[in-house]
Design a protein around this ligand. Structure first.
Ligand SMILES: NC(=O)c1ccc[n+]([C@@H]2O[C@H](COP(=O)([O-])OP(=O)(O)OC[C@H]3O[C@@H](n4cnc5c(N)ncnc54)[C@H](O)[C@@H]3O)[C@@H](O)[C@H]2O)c1
Length: 262
């Protein structure tokens, strides 16, 4: 018996990194999982295949979740395969997340906010609508960041979006009162997001090996996708059913110290 037997979970941006780790972890606990990503390639399809190999249903849903039509297309596709949605994990992000203040132009700002804020909001809104109609509760989880708490040089646009998510989930928690739907964020620290090499039927790729990182984090090591996925599992399952409108830091103590690195 798994913690999520029979649940249907959609994870955005789950081709690699933390999202892939979340997808495999929820599948290990009995959830049927839909993998979304903007990149539609063999790696994305392999993630869905690895989910199915666990005896649950794994599907891939290509799409850009930075637009409302993209979000709706992905959720429609997920619903046509799975029939309902119990867990939504908003996780997608593009690679160039830091940008010097004076190089942050309107196009970059819009790109950041479209994916990390607008896309997360409308995916959560659509999933919540389905969950309310289904009448069996649900879980909405957004990936925030340590950058929502502290200002590190060149990360202002990203940090602003991630900080807004902390407020956004509080709004969802309040507005969805009485529907047994919780909305929370996980705020990761420095997490390795590389694909595993060789045997790919595992959750984590290689850990960060930077000495700098170890020096600056009280845990004395970088984090792994499984560290974040286990926190998502907690929030997704009955274990975390009374946590609502909250953001949980999973950062090895990174922001407990003033010695921050990016
Ligand atoms: N890795 C870290 O150290 C860290 C730290 C703090 C927060 N986070 C957050 O965790 C989440 C996952 O981070 P990661 O490092 O695993 O990322 P990643 O770069 O490894 O994976 C992100 C995935 O999102 C996909 N994607 C990009 N744009 C998309 C779009 N428009 N629509 C759908 N998919 C899209 C990418 O193709 C990629 O597969 C992000 O929200 C990130 O901000 C990560």
């Amino acid at each position: 018996m798994g913690l999520l037997d029979g649940k249907k979970a959609l994870i955005t941006g789950a081709r690699k990194g933390i999202g892939r780790g979340i997808a495999l972890t929820l599948a290990n606990e009995g959830a049927d999982v839909g993998v979304n990503d903007i990149v539609d390639d063999a790696v994305s399809h392999r993630a869905a295949e690895l989910i199915s190999s666990r005896g649950v249903k794994g599907t891939f849903h290509a799409g850009d979740v930075s637009t409302v039509s993209g979000v709706n297309g992905v959720i429609d596709s997920f619903l046509s395969e799975h029939g309902q949605i119990d867990i939504l994990v908003n996780n997608a992000i593009f690679p160039d997340q830091s940008r010097p203040l004076f190089d942050t132009d309107e196009a970059y700002w819009d790109r950041m906010m479209d994916l990390s804020l607008k896309g997360y909001f409308f995916a959560a809104q659509r999933a919540a609508r389905e969950m309310v109609d289904q009448g069996s509760g649900g879980r909405i989880i957004c990936l925030s960041s340590v950058h929502a708490y502290i200002a590190i040089e060149d990360w202002t646009a990203y940090g602003t979006a991630k900080a807004a998510l902390r407020r956004m989930v509080k709004g969802f928690a309040v507005d969805l009162s009485g529907h047994d739907i919780t909305a929370n964020c996980i705020a990761p620290g420095a997490i390795s997001n590389v694909l595993p090499v060789g045997d790919d039927d595992v959750i984590d790729g290689a850990p960060h090996d930077s000495i700098n990182l170890k020096f600056h984090i009280p845990a004395a090591k970088g984090g792994l996708p499984s560290d974040i996925a286990n926190a998502v599992l907690y929030l997704s399952s009955d274990l975390g059913q009374y946590v609502n409108g909250e953001t949980i830091l999973v950062d090895g103590g990174m922001i407990a110290t003033r010695k921050i690195v990016d």
